[in-house]
Design a protein around this ligand. Structure first.
Ligand code: SAH
Length: 214
């Protein structure tokens, strides 16, 4: 599907009006076609600011939330970033334009396989995909400059906090699984962790173990 210039302009306008103002983030979101990450009829709505269903009963996040979370990560081009919850792969693709290396993990093998195929088609060579329960993080690749969790946890998972570099930032939606959650920004300091509540969000829950069809 081709996106009209007008759809794209409205998309960027909607992002800006909802607080996504970082020029690098907006450029990355202009470059990555969200339509590639949504299947079937829903692809027609890829440029609307709403979450949409993807395979395995999951969702691709609302673009403005992707933008706000990416912006709040305060990324540096040299960063090594871990994403928990690959889903469609859209967030990982945006990150890949902004940092040196992205590791992205999902508990559904199918989602990881489909996202990987899109990364290859787009020649996004700095993304490493993995099927795993991401609440344990990736100890072999740790520590990370930034961690982004795109599923809701009851608390920021301890193993992820442990895998964050000093000076690092983690974004995580925290709260009861099917209610509205709070997006938290965690900064690791020399002495511990600082927590900042940013805004209400609604994400699918972070679940244990691998997806059943895996
Ligand atoms: N970032 C995605 C949207 C994520 S939806 C995008 O850009 O499209 C949340 C994802 O988190 C789902 O795909 C779900 O399978 C995954 N997930 C939930 N619990 C998980 C866990 N413990 N480990 C890894 N992935 C998990």
């Amino acid at each position: 599907m081709t996106v009209s210039a007008e759809d794209k302009m409205q998309f960027l306008f909607a992002l800006r009006s909802r607080g996504v103002t970082d020029a690098r983030v907006l450029t990355a979101m202009e470059e990555i076609d969200r339509g590639l990450f949504v299947r079937g009829l829903f692809a027609e709505r890829a440029y609307e600011d709403m979450p949409l269903p993807i395979a395995c009963g999951q969702t691709i996040s609302q673009p403005s939330v992707v933008g706000l979370m990416t912006q709040a990560l305060e990324l540096n081009p040299r960063d090594k970033v871990l994403e928990i919850g690959t889903g469609s792969g859209y967030q990982a693709a945006i990150l890949s334009k902004l940092v040196r290396r992205v590791y992205t993990v999902d508990r559904h093998r199918r989602l990881v396989r489909e996202a990987k195929a899109i990364f290859e088609a787009l020649d996004l060579g700095n993304i490493t995909t993995m099927t795993a329960d991401g609440s344990h993080g990736l100890p072999d690749q740790a520590p990370f400059d930034r961690i982004i969790v795109t599923a809701a946890a009851e608390d920021p998972p301890g193993p992820l906090l442990a895998q964050l570099k000093i000076g690092g930032i983690m974004m995580v939606p925290v709260g009861q699984s099917d209610a509205v959650q709070t997006l938290i920004r965690v900064r690791r300091t020399e002495d511990g962790f600082d927590y900042e509540e940013l805004r209400p969000v609604r994400f699918v829950p972070l679940l244990e173990g691998l997806g059943k069809e895996a």
